[in-house]
Design a protein around this ligand. Structure first.
Ligand SMILES: [Zn+2]
Length: 310
């Protein structure tokens, strides 16, 4: 009952393609993460591919070692073992699959980017931009270009942006079909490093998907709109061909809101404590994202079946 054509998808990928599960350890896993895992592992197994586990803890202000340990334990409980960046490897210590261990990777990627594209210094605070735009400023608010031509010198408290010129990025989502994005109209000049010196999610994820040679990105529809800017950024970083993207449905609360990190009744810890079995959690997540008509239990080893049926 999925709308993913596996044969068409396989034709766009190398043999044994690599996809990734890339959570941020900023809280405990909830059913939304499980849904993403079901899609990631299910599609990978149905294609004969591999899963990379990457810990996206570049924002050290928000990530906690206790959350990482709990995340690895919950994945083990669910029966989801990665092929690359294994649970044992990540538990053993420093790993190339943990962003906070990647050291100079992002600095050298920035140098590579700046050599090929205009990167400029921006001293706008979120508050400045919110005032300028008369509203809240978030990922989907277009940067108005205030610092573009100011030629500010880099310094503490300054951010870095990539100058983004008008242009259309075209891609074919493996579930949603052809899409066109113009990042200059969506987000404008892309923030690479923020005023506190933190790499942005957009930059870190593109650098990582390139250095880890990820072929297929399977993620929730909430990230669909950032695809064009990530394709653009990847190309400027020297990526020959963009990964294939597959955006899956999100689990919505009855109110229509997205599930939050705090989880509440959908937190995996709470489900475990209530006696829910791993295959029941996986089956529920599969059902809530349209992979099966009823919330029947599905073992981790059987996730490919959700896709193979077409
Ligand atoms: Zn600015």
């Amino acid at each position: 009952m999925t709308s993913v054509d596996l044969t068409a998808l396989a034709a766009r990928l190398p043999p044994r393609p690599l996809t990734r599960f890339a959570p941020s350890p900023t809280g405990y896993l909830h059913l939304g993460h499980v849904a993403n895992a079901v899609w990631v592992w299910g599609v990978a197994r149905a294609l004969g591919g591999r899963v990379l586990l990457r810990l996206e803890d570049h924002d050290l202000r928000r990530c906690r070692p206790t959350h990482e340990a709990a995340l690895l334990e919950d994945l083990e409980w669910l029966g989801l073992e990665p092929d690359v960046g294994t649970l044992a490897e990540l538990r053993a210590g420093a790993s190339p699959y943990r962003q906070s261990d990647a050291g100079e990777t992002y600095t050298s990627a920035l140098e590579r980017l700046a050599a090929r594209a205009p990167v400029f210094v921006c001293d706008c605070s979120r508050r400045d931009l919110a005032l300028a735009e008369g509203d809240v400023f978030d990922e989907e608010t277009r940067y108005p270009g205030r610092c573009r031509d100011r030629a500010l010198a880099a310094g503490p408290g300054h951010g870095l942006r990539l100058r983004v010129e008008p242009g259309t990025e075209r891609f074919i989502d493996a579930r949603l079909g052809p899409r066109e994005h113009d990042p200059s109209a969506q987000c404008g000049d892309l923030l690479i490093r923020d005023r506190l010196g933190q790499w942005t999610y957009q930059f870190a994820v593109v650098v990582d998907d390139l250095r880890h040679q990820v072929d297929l990105v399977v993620r929730g529809e909430d990230l669909l709109e950032s695809t064009g800017r990530q394709i653009l950024l990847g190309r400027l970083l020297g990526r020959a061909a963009a990964p294939v993207f597959l955006h899956h449905p999100l689990i919505r609360k009855p109110s229509g809101a997205k599930l939050s990190k705090s989880g509440g009744d959908t937190g995996i810890r709470e489900l475990r404590a209530a006696g829910v079995l791993p295959e029941e959690a996986l089956g529920r997540a599969a059902h809530l994202t349209g992979l099966q008509r009823r919330p029947e239990p599905v073992a981790a080893a059987d996730l490919a079946k959700l896709f193979a049926a077409g």
